[in-house]
Design a protein around this ligand. Structure first.
Ligand SMILES: [Zn+2]
Length: 83
């Protein structure tokens, strides 16, 4: 189980699961049984989940993904910004 925010610059301890966002990724197959995949849980706290998402990179492992770089998100932010 995760205990801290997955953002290494935050590392906020996990107290309430209702805050933030849980990510579930399948890891490498278990040794000896290629049909069984280890599931790994990661958590972003509420503050980080607003700006970041998580993605699994096969070689580098878990990577932070800035949500604002997504086109639809950028449009939403621009439309909702105060004049
Ligand atoms: Zn955080």
């Amino acid at each position: 189980m995760v205990n801290y925010c997955a953002n290494p610059n935050c590392h906020k301890p996990l107290h309430y699961l209702r805050e933030g966002k849980i990510f579930l990724f399948s890891g490498k197959p278990s040794k000896g049984n290629s049909n069984v995949f280890n599931l790994e849980h990661f958590w972003l706290c509420g503050g980080c989940a607003k700006n970041w998402s998580l993605t699994m990179d096969g070689e580098r492992g878990i990577q932070l993904l800035e949500r604002k770089r997504r086109r639809f998100r950028a449009k939403f932010v621009a439309a909702s910004a105060p004049a």
